[in-house]
Design a protein around this ligand. Structure first.
Ligand code: LMR
Length: 397
């Protein structure tokens, strides 16, 4: 008998599976709003010019492909720490924050999960309902007990009071996962006053925040999006932050991210980092180099950084325009009010409020692909197809 016969089958990935389904659809009018990637007006996920320029430089100057250390490239670590925590961060100056380079933001989440499981046993982790589906499976895979706090009400709007009331009940010491900006999948972000209220609960209940920061620069701007991260880092003894360079540097396939740890003292930070290096060694040994080398080249050079900042801002603005454009395109169908939230949400995604049935009909009747939760990747829209999309939505509403 085959060893593998009893293995069984698990369902395909709820997000990545859409890439293949869309690719195989022969309908030339198909629309892909599935996986969270930015697309330009040609429907391409572009390589930013700053990345191309940095890659050209790297080809010339790189002399070795030897391993980089367990925490990754030192220049990347220094520059990413400044990007996330701010160039003048008191934590960086006080050696209370450290960066561990990881294979993408997902790698950072897995490293954090393994660290919690190994070093802080018996802590549950609380994620928003809904959240990125991989949060659920990734934390469970590390053996953590995953719990939920409400985030969206029956009216498909942020329900802050329900969220705060649930956080008040979280057992002391547990970990709470918060989306630092551009909440995935809903696009509903907390305001500054809301963040202050969350912080008070986190302090009072001595919770450990894990801030997922995958979309820096796609919400209100690079610095503005870091506001909550910096507030938490500077107000609490310990914070975990997962950062991704997939979207803001367009480095999706290069798997470039980091786990940023803020600890109460420099000495504790050294302890934590020793654990992270050990865990990383047993997960992926050392991180891939190329994407981080590109990021370090860009952030370390004023000219390249200026090119990148312009490109990032252009992407951010385009997504905001697409949001407004979709609501406008829905207006002739009498749906502008019902979908007004699309223009108010932040980041790449919109939690449209469409049901799983409506999403299935959009796919079968109009070849429109989105996640069954009703999440649409607005950043994947083509401005010239807004009318077609609005019509397809109107047909299922
Ligand atoms: C998404 O949510 O679509 C992105 O974060 C890509 C992914 O890995 O799922």
């Amino acid at each position: 008998m085959s060893h593998f016969a009893p293995v069984g089958r698990v369902p395909g990935d709820p997000i990545l599976g859409l890439i293949e389904a869309h690719r195989q659809d022969p309908n030339p009018a198909k629309i892909d709003l599935g996986v969270g990637v930015y697309k330009d007006s040609q429907g391409l996920t572009p390589i930013p010019r700053a990345v191309k320029l940095a890659e050209q430089r790297l080809v010339e100057v790189q002399r070795t492909k030897t391993y980089i250390g367990g925490h990754g490239d030192a220049a990347f670590g220094r520059l990413l720490g400044e990007l996330v925590l701010g160039a003048g961060s008191p934590l960086l100056a006080g050696q209370r924050a450290g960066v561990t380079q990881t294979p993408g933001g997902t790698g950072a989440l897995r490293l954090a999960a393994e660290f919690i499981a190994r070093c802080l046993p018996d802590r549950g982790i609380w994620v928003s309902d809904p959240t990125w589906p991989i949060h659920e499976t990734l934390f469970a895979a590390s053996g953590l007990a995953v719990h939920h706090y409400p985030y969206v009400g029956a009216d498909n709007r942020l329900d802050l009071e329900a969220m705060l009331a649930a956080l008040e009940q979280v057992p002391e010491g547990d970990v709470v996962l918060l989306h630092a900006c551009c909440h995935n999948p809903t696009g509903f972000d907390l305001g500054r006053h809301d963040w202050q209220r969350v912080l008070e609960i986190v302090k009072a209940r001595r919770l450990l925040p894990l801030l997922d920061f995958a979309y820096q620069g796609f919400g209100d701007g690079l610095e503005q999006d870091a506001w909550a991260v910096r507030l938490f880092a500077e107000s609490l003894p310990d914070v975990l932050i997962t950062s991704s360079c997939s979207k803001n540097f367009g480095l999706y396939c290069e798997r470039t991210g980091a786990l940023v740890v803020c600890a109460a003292t420099p000495d504790t930070l050294v302890d934590v980092r020793s654990q992270l290096a050990f865990i990383a060694r047993n997960l992926w040994s050392t991180p891939p180099d190329h994407g981080a080398a590109v990021v370090a080249t860009i952030l370390g050079d004023a000219e390249l950084k200026a090119v990148w900042l312009d490109e990032l801002e252009a992407m951010r603005r385009r997504v905001a325009e697409l949001r407004a454009g979709l609501v406008e395109a829905l207006a002739p169908h009498g749906l502008a009010e019902r979908f007004a939230h699309i223009a108010q949400q932040r980041g790449m995604f919109s939690y449209t409020g469409l049901s799983a049935d409506q999403v299935a009909r959009l796919r079968s009747e109009s070849s429109v692909y989105m996640v069954s939760s009703g999440r649409a990747n607005v950043a994947g829209l083509d401005a010239s197809r807004l009318g077609d999309l609005a019509q397809a939505i109107a047909r299922v509403c």
